[in-house]
Design a protein around this ligand. Structure first.
Ligand code: SAH
Length: 386
């Protein structure tokens, strides 16, 4: 008696917990629509309609989905929800870079960055709260790992940035005909995406879906510190571009900067890259290399780097080290960086020096860290999101 009553209460509670449809794959969405009683011969069509509302129109209310019957909209509203992470703070840099702090369910926070450039706009997404890797020069590395983000939180960051940019098309406009503000994704925020593979894959599949956000796989770059088993899977199951946080040209130096190198050393990493399924001159691998004074920035390092990259279609992104409060490292001098870049370039590899963006708001590479453990900086630059 008591048991069946408990079960009934349990069922009622389940009904009350409405499923977030944002972040579900098409298959999961179909399953959910079946569960709420959508007739099976209508499911495909309903998935298409709802998908368009969510990912093309940016709808956040079932009531707005005017091509669905009113009773069905009410039914959806009672069983499902449409939610992206809540922006609790936004800072805009002098160079136009925007940094967002998002609060997730459960109260944890992650940072997301939007970087406008003349020919594109890149959204830098976080994949975990904190990180397990402890890279010695990375600010996120000083923060304890809390948890993996789920697909709704990963794609939700992108959607919330589009909300802020006012980028959802107005009804009747062709979404593909306009130049996009948020045209590219880099998985280079907080966390190691390949330690959260399935969730990152599902979120990127949503971003690439041709009837939704519709980003080409070439506009997505996943950055890894070198989780070797995940590299092949990335090529097979996501097909996006790859960036590798290299930073050191010997196992000794790299292990000090990127400790995961002790698990998968340079030889193993480079082997995996040579076998990356998507590798070609059009789809080069980007090697990220933070220029840290007297640690990894000598001419000898540059020559070793070029040797390592032999036979890999590659591009080297030189990132002047971004300082953060408490770091022991210094940025290499501009002359040193120029000389280093020259050696790499002469060997046939593009070697752009990445201009630090959003430095004034601590939004540059490797500076992301949620404010939960950092004193909130209140200054004239800080605008609290409304
Ligand atoms: N875990 C993934 C994703 C983080 S991406 C990875 O390691 O690739 C963030 C990029 O910024 C990485 O290349 C990281 O090595 C780099 N980075 C971290 N701290 C930095 C700093 N202080 N200055 C410059 N680059 C930094």
């Amino acid at each position: 008696m008591g048991n069946s009553r408990n079960m009934a209460i349990c069922e009622m509670q389940q009904l009350k917990t409405r499923t977030n449809l944002i972040g579900l794959t098409r298959e999961q969405l179909a399953e959910r629509l079946a569960e709420i009683g959508t007739p099976s011969d209508k499911i495909r069509m309903r998935v298409d309609q709802i998908w368009t509302w969510i990912y093309v129109r940016g709808a956040r209310r079932f009531a707005d989905m005017t091509n669905l019957a009113k009773t069905y909209r009410v039914q959806l509203d009672q069983t499902c929800r449409l939610e992206v992470p809540q922006c609790i703070q936004k800072e805009i840099s002098g160079d136009g870079t925007r940094k967002y702090l998002f609060r997730l369910n459960g109260g944890h926070e992650v940072e997301t960055v939007y970087i406008p450039e003349p020919d594109r706009g890149t959204v830098c997404l976080s994949s975990q709260v904190g990180c397990t890797l402890n890279c010695s020069f990375c600010h996120t590395g000083t923060q304890a790992f809390v948890r993996n983000l789920v697909p709704e939180e990963i794609i939700g960051q992108f959607m919330a940035v589009r909300d802020d940019l006012g980028e959802w098309p107005l009804p009747g406009r062709n979404p593909k005909s306009e130049q996009r503000l948020a045209s590219n994704i880099v998985l280079m925020g907080m966390g190691e995406p390949l330690y959260n593979f399935d969730n990152v894959r599902d979120a990127m599949q949503i971003a690439m879906d041709g009837k939704g956000i519709s980003l080409s796989r070439r506009r997505i770059t996943l950055s890894t510190a070198g989780v070797v088993p995940g590299i092949h899977r990335t090529g097979e199951e996501i097909g996006c571009r790859l960036a590798i946080s290299l930073h050191g040209t010997t196992d000794e130096i790299r292990s000090k900067l990127v400790p995961i190198n002790r698990k998968w050393g340079l030889d193993e990493l480079l082997d995996a890259l040579r076998n990356y399924p998507r590798l070609s001159n059009a789809d080069r691998i980007t090697f990220e290399y933070a220029m840290i004074r007297d640690i990894n920035d000598s001419d000898q390092d540059a020559h070793r780097l070029v040797n390592l990259l032999r036979n890999i279609p590659a591009k080297v992104n030189l990132i002047p080290f971004n300082r953060w409060p408490g770091t022991q490292f210094e940025r290499s001098s501009p002359e040193r960086i120029r000389k280093f870049a020259g050696i790499v370039f002469k060997a046939g590899y593009p070697s752009p020096v990445r201009t630090p963006r959003g430095e004034d708001i601590m939004a540059a590479c490797g500076q992301l860290k949620s404010t939960s453990q950092r004193q909130r900086l209140r200054s004239g630059k800080v605008a609290v999101a409304s």
